[in-house]
Design a protein around this ligand. Structure first.
Ligand SMILES: Cc1cc2nc3c(=O)[nH]c(=O)nc-3n(C[C@H](O)[C@H](O)[C@H](O)COP(=O)(O)OP(=O)(O)OC[C@H]3O[C@@H](n4cnc5c(N)ncnc54)[C@H](O)[C@@H]3O)c2cc1C
Length: 438
């Protein structure tokens, strides 16, 4: 039997309390709307999660920020947060033709320096306005190509091929063969077409007090009612209202709803009437990123290092993040969560042995986002044609039901920035919609 909740008079119900949901709640509050936010977990932040493990605060999910991420940076400025960075690498390890090599970062750089720039150099031609991707017809033509359709037109040395394979496996956090080359074009264009800026935007600067401090800052400006551990099972719309029902049988009614649940989880919510055929096709196809982020505490202080391995290895990159009480904290990324259990220190040590045998793993940890019922993916990376075929349609509301989240951003889709960008835009649209309904 379904319980009927007494408080049904909300303007908007927001499903999900990650960056998109919280930002939308704040914006709509500021516009004078009455908001209810339903979050399925017992914490806010979604795919960002600062947790105390291995003796220090670690980011289980989204971490790196940069002033080239305009929406995130605006929030960092607004709330006066500080930035920190990992120590610069002094050693580099890489794998070519199955063989491990080591040297300085400059040596690795001299081997691979042109490869990345070479194949991304034309990104600007396809994306003259990076935050307006569909404006260019050459971009939409290129959107049909997978990363490897495109890369196969170039000739690279084996070292360059293996290095590119590592970078692509890291960036897609999944199998790059499934990914659209336009995803790389976007990142490249957003980074001003500069390899060093590109690297910094995705892996250098962190919020000193953790992403949780930005989550808390935005949440403190949300005057809405927030219900935690409220997993939404169904969203029914019609006759000018939306009814949202949680797994524990509570129902809430509002004029509109914004669903910010990740793309890969949307098919678990019963939308009535069903969302459009095109939306459902995207929900079924899902996206590429199903990888793993691993943290390990290493005995003793090791020199700051970076390491790269091509697709097929359990970890495609590892670097030193920090020191704690005389030990080293390292972080790594692998493109397939099924290949490595982040919480098994022996397995993590074995994965590191592909590069080096001198690292003793005291403990390791991570969160399997791909197996997490309320995420089922890490940072979304699109497949060929998905941006062109689906993103605009996903933004089109149906009977007061709006979808929002990082996947649908015009700019840094897949990043915290994309979640904030898309939430700001969606909340304005909802505000206009509510105005029309009155
Ligand atoms: C391992 C990893 C590393 C990353 N690294 C970076 C990085 O360095 N920099 C960067 O900018 N970004 C990074 N990202 C991406 C970034 O974290 C996400 O893009 C961003 O947090 C997504 O925000 P969102 O609000 O769109 O979605 P989410 O954060 O996923 O929020 C959706 C919310 O909805 C809730 N939810 C889902 N289903 C339901 C339901 N049925 N009922 C109720 N609630 C529900 C979820 O619990 C969640 O809180 C990373 C992500 C991961 C996983």
């Amino acid at each position: 039997m379904q319980k009927q909740n007494q408080t049904t008079d909300f303007d908007v119900i927001i499903v999900g309390g990650g960056f998109a949901g919280l930002t939308a709640a704040r914006e709509l509050n500021m516009l004078g709307r009455k908001v209810l936010l339903l979050e399925g977990k017992d914490r806010l932040g979604g795919r960002t999660w600062t947790d105390h493990r291995l003796g220090c605060d670690l980011e289980m999910g989204g971490t790196y920020v940069h002033w080239y991420h305009p929406h995130t940076w605006a929030e960092i400025s607004r709330y006066g947060l500080e930035i920190s960075e990992a120590p610069g690498a002094k050693e580099a390890y890489w794998i070519t033709d199955g063989q491990a090599y080591s040297g300085t970062p400059a040596e690795l750089n001299s081997i691979v320096k042109e490869s990345f720039e070479y194949f991304l150099t034309k990104a600007y031609e396809y994306l003259p306005q990076p935050f307006n991707p569909l404006q260019s017809s050459s971009f939409t033509e290129m959107d049909g190509k997978s990363v490897y359709d495109f890369l196969n037109d170039f000739s690279f040395t084996n070292e360059q091929k293996d290095f590119l394979s590592s970078l692509l496996a890291i960036d897609f956090n999944g199998d790059p063969k499934e990914g659209a080359i336009t995803q790389m074009f976007r990142w490249w264009a957003f980074s001003g077409g500069n390899r060093y800026v590109f690297a910094d935007t995705v892996a250098r600067y962190k919020i000193k007090t953790g992403t949780k401090s930005l989550v808390e800052a935005i949440a403190s400006d949300v005057k809405a009612e927030i219900k935690m551990s409220a997993i939404v099972d169904s969203v029914e719309s019609g006759n000018g209202s939306v009814r949202v029902t949680t797994r524990d049988g509570e129902s809430y009614r509002a004029t509109a709803a914004i669903v910010t649940a990740p793309l890969s989880t949307l098919d678990k919510i019963d939308f009535q009437p069903p969302l459009s055929k095109t939306k459902r096709a995207f929900m079924q196809e899902k996206q590429v990123a199903k990888g793993i982020k691993v943290w390990a505490r290493i005995k003793g202080k090791v020199e700051p290092f970076v390491s790269y391995a091509p697709e097929g290895y359990p970890l495609n990159s590892v670097h030193l993040d920090n020191y704690v009480d005389g030990d080293s904290i390292i972080v790594g990324f692998g493109s397939d969560a099924g290949r490595l259990d982040a919480n098994d220190p022996k397995a993590v040590e074995a994965a590191l042995r592909h590069w080096r045998t001198d690292l003793e793993v005291i403990d390791s940890t991570g969160h399997d986002w791909a197996a997490d019922e309320l995420a089922q993916e890490t940072w979304p990376m699109l497949k060929p044609n998905q941006l062109t075929n689906y993103i605009e349609e996903m933004k089109r509301p149906e009977q007061g039901v709006f979808l929002a989240g990082t996947t649908y951003a015009n700019g840094w889709g897949g990043f915290i920035d994309g979640a904030i960008e898309n939430a700001i835009k969606t909340s304005r649209k909802v505000h206009e919609y509510l105005g029309d309904c009155k």
